[in-house]
Design a protein around this ligand. Structure first.
Ligand SMILES: [Zn+2]
Length: 189
């Protein structure tokens, strides 16, 4: 993470919910998002077993609507974090994949790698339900192939989050690959 983040560690005396022996260490990181907001990233970690959990809390609600674009071209970029609000639309045009806004959308906070795995899973399930002679199979197999390369950091793509109300974030590993384009009021109608 960049010099814009501040780290803080605390050892709490409550027991690990997984192994029931370890103590939970909480790492708190305050991150200044490029558009001026602050986010609190919280990581829970057991000192004995492998239990970890992450949470993210927006500390300010700047809510600048706009389009966030992240260029992903190597393994480091896959660690960039994404927070998609319920109104945020997420898409990867090169892979013809998108998540539309809505309360039933199934993820809010993850990294780029996590998004690719979810897509890979969803596309695999979709393919299984197709008839053997379905015309879509060739195209779907190409998408799965590209997705697999993307997970390895071998397929460059663009991740775009469009948020008409604000509240979604991309926290890039490499800020030179991130851009934010503010919506003008007329575009919201
Ligand atoms: Zn534990």
């Amino acid at each position: 993470m960049s010099e814009k983040s501040k780290n803080d560690e605390e050892l709490f005396s409550f027991k690990c919910p997984s192994c029931d022996k370890g103590k939970i260490k909480i790492h708190k990181t305050t991150y200044d998002v490029p558009d001026g907001d602050k986010m609190l990233l919280i990581k829970f970690e057991c000192n004995i077993c492998n239990f970890t959990n992450n949470d993210i809390i927006p500390l300010t609600t700047n809510n600048t609507p706009g389009i966030m674009t992240l260029r992903v071209s190597n393994e480091e970029d896959l660690k960039s974090k994404i927070y998609r609000s319920p109104v945020g639309k997420l898409e990867i045009p090169e892979l013809e994949l998108f998540v539309v806004p809505g309360p039933s959308a199934d993820f809010y906070y993850t990294n780029v790698e996590g998004i690719l795995y979810r897509f890979e899973n969803a596309v695999s399930i979709y393919r299984k339900n197709l008839e053997k002679d379905d015309v879509q199979i060739e195209e779907i197999d190409k998408i799965l192939h590209d997705l697999h390369r993307a997970v390895m950091g071998e397929f460059a793509f663009t991740l775009i989050v469009t948020d008409t109300e604000g509240g979604s974030y991309i926290i890039p590993e490499d800020e030179s690959k991130y851009s934010f384009e503010k919506f003008e009021n007329k575009e919201l109608n």
